[in-house]
Design a protein around this ligand. Structure first.
Ligand code: SF4
Length: 249
């Protein structure tokens, strides 16, 4: 298990990132990279800009890691770049293309790519070949970041999803959920966890659940958050929301 509820494996052909919005304030990967650097982990020796990144968290490509999914014998749901953002400006387009080629050539696995750089993903979309086993998601933590969903809708991915986690404010999906182009295929929501977790309000989670219900979008409520991810469980009004998109393969 990876500790991430909705996936079965992580794959990090890139590590390192820079904070771009309020959702990044308590970035787990940034904290983790610092620890991994101190432990001497090979992939985490490049430092990032101290203002936006940190020790061990400089954006670094790992070509050797490209082969890893080919070695997995059992089919997996793979979260790509849990320790980075594939569409960070410093990840060359040629490397993103290589990542996509690995995804395409391992159709036994389903890959989830999640970005906060939706504009770059959208700008590159026409130049990339989108494999049918790639689910593309953007983080939307509040109404201000909903633009990312608009960019997502221009990307021809097999499944397009929103990760509303950590949810920091209410999100009204009406501007993007029913645009008639196939729209959003999945919404994940959850609160923040960790020592300084910012609390999620139940009405924000309920509103997302209800909007998804009305639009026929599968909804997954991951956790309330708190000091630890499990502290407050994951029941929303007594129900565990574990819906997934219909698998394409
Ligand atoms: S985009 Fe993701 S990986 Fe990068 S700093 Fe923000 S939360 Fe961390």
């Amino acid at each position: 298990m990876t500790g991430i509820e909705w996936t079965e494996a992580t794959w990090n052909p890139v590590t390192g990132c820079d904070r771009v919005s309020a959702g990044c304030d308590h970035c787990y990967a940034l904290t983790m990279a610092k620890r991994l650097k101190a432990m001497g982990a090979e992939k985490y020796q490049n430092d990032g800009d101290p203002r936006t990144s940190g020790p061990g968290f400089g954006v670094t490509m790992h070509p050797a890691a490209l082969e890893i999914p080919r070695r997995w014998r059992t089919p997996k749901v793979v979260f790509v770049n849990s320790m980075s953002d594939l569409f960070h400006a410093r990840v060359p387009e040629s490397f993103i293309t290589e990542v996509f080629e690995v995804i395409d050539s391992t159709p036994q696995h389903t890959y989830q790519v999640l970005t906060k750089r939706a504009l770059r993903a959208c700008r590159l979309a026409d130049r990339l070949a989108w494999p049918p086993n790639l689910w593309m998601g953007v983080s939307v933590e509040d109404q201000n970041t909903l633009d990312r969903a608009r960019h997502l809708l221009e990307i021809p991915a097999a499944v397009r999803f929103l990760s509303c986690e950590p949810l920091l404010g209410s999100v009204d999906l009406s501007a993007v959920a029913n645009n008639g182009t196939g729209g959003i295929g999945w919404v994940i929501a959850g609160g923040e966890s960790g020592p300084a977790a910012r609390p999620i309000r139940p009405e924000w989670a309920r509103a997302l659940r209800d909007q998804c219900g009305a639009a026929g979008i599968p909804f997954f409520f991951k956790q309330w958050g708190g000091r630890t991810p499990k502290q407050n469980g994951r029941h929303l009004d007594g129900v565990i929301w574990n819906q997934y998109p219909v698998r394409q393969r």
